[in-house]
Design a protein around this ligand. Structure first.
Ligand SMILES: Cc1ncc(COP(=O)(O)O)c(C=O)c1O
Length: 359
């Protein structure tokens, strides 16, 4: 007899993980929207210093990290939640808000973890197709909100399509969402968005207690391996709810020390963002030279349809043979598309040369 698991385990979708973890260092890792540049030396020193006290449990309230985030954003620490990556907060939000009979609304294609929330909770997902230019259709999303809606997620800039909506459109949408419905603005890539000041959305929290801004140290801060995400919230009740459903020690002491130090090096973040935007211009121009029009990226990655004559699987395999890892659209919600993280200039050139050979 085999072990009998709960029915929810059978419902949970597999997260489409990227490969490449055991590949040699010279492979261009353009599949996971990470930073190609390592953390600042002071951040590594802070992590090493914290590791020396690894015999002690971390502070379960993560007070120092939440205080540091509070100073950075001007949001009171009691309205800031931290997590083991922002994915941890997303899943905790699903657990705290959803149950059978409840509905959640999000766009599709969007971040591949969102379908996990209805599967885990038994709630109903309303997936609203993106517009033809790969952006959120906020009017259509607003029209899907009913008395059963508990959670709405807007991914801005959107993964996997790289596109963003300007803050005035986001603001108009926030105003339409009923105050008893939680609205998560997933801003994992907000630092790379040139449409508005990346911190401008923080002001919305004062007027909208139902709003949560979800951010991460994994992208512009270059700390993906340490797993630190945070939620800037309109109300303390969200912080308490996600705290209640999780294990007591969500962010480890090494990760917390590194994140606190990283917040002091805004120059390093600005430098990474600037280099990414140079890469964005170079790589997108290179795609156009190959006859491909990418979506309008406001993120650290691009998204485009391959020419109809090309086979997605063959292109991804051919790139991999040439030492370049990218993500196939099929796993992300759109067959025939590719998602490619902007890397260093050398990696971007390598990708373009390889794609040119394959097409
Ligand atoms: C839109 C979006 N949100 C959240 C995350 C989660 O990031 P992390 O858990 O590393 O903070 C990602 C990661 O790729 C993402 O693309």
């Amino acid at each position: 007899m085999a072990i009998e698991f709960s029915s929810r385990v059978g419902r949970l979708p597999d997260y489409p993980v990227a490969g490449g973890y055991s590949l040699p260092d010279d492979v261009a890792m353009l599949a996971s929207n990470e930073s190609p540049w390592p953390p600042a030396p002071q951040v590594l020193e802070a992590a090493a210093k914290a590791a020396a006290h690894a015999n002690r449990y971390p502070d379960p309230s993560n007070a120092a990290l939440r205080e540091a985030l509070s100073r950075r954003y001007g949001v009171p620490a009691n309205r800031i939640a931290v997590g083991n990556g922002s994915v941890d907060l997303l899943m905790a939000a699903g657990e705290a808000l959803l149950e059978p009979g409840a509905e959640l609304v999000y766009a599709w294609p969007a971040f591949s973890v969102y379908p996990h929330l209805p599967a885990a909770s038994g709630a109903t997902a309303i997936e609203v197709p993106l517009t033809a230019d790969h952006k959120h259709d906020l009017d259509a999303m607003a029209a899907e909100i009913t008395v059963a809606t508990r959670l709405v997620i807007v991914c801005n800039p959107n993964n996997p399509t790289s596109t963003a909506l300007p803050l005035d459109e986001i603001t108009a949408f926030v105003e339409k969402v009923p105050p008893d419905v939680c609205l998560i603005l997933d801003e994992a890539y907000i630092e790379f968005n040139l449409l508005d000041d990346p911190d401008a959305s923080v002001d919305l929290l004062e007027r909208h207690p139902n709003l949560v801004l979800l951010r991460t140290f994994s992208k512009a801060y270059g700390l993906a391996a340490l797993r630190v995400g945070y939620a800037l919230c309109g109300t303390e009740s969200f912080v308490k709810a996600v705290h209640a459903v999780r294990q007591p020690f969500v962010v480890n002491a090494v990760a917390s020390a590194a994140a606190i130090e990283a917040l002091k090096h805004t120059d390093a973040v600005a430098d990474r963002v600037e280099k990414t935007i140079v890469g964005r211009v170079e790589l997108d121009e290179g795609l156009r030279a190959l006859g491909i029009e990418p979506a309008e990226s406001q993120a650290n990655f691009c998204w485009f349809d391959l020419p109809e004559s090309a086979d997605e699987g063959e292109v991804v395999a051919g790139l991999s043979e040439r030492g370049v890892l990218v993500r196939a659209g099929r796993a992300l919600g759109r067959e025939g598309a590719l998602r490619v993280t902007y890397g260093t200039s050398a990696q971007n050139e390598r990708f373009l040369a390889a794609l040119g050979e394959l097409l």
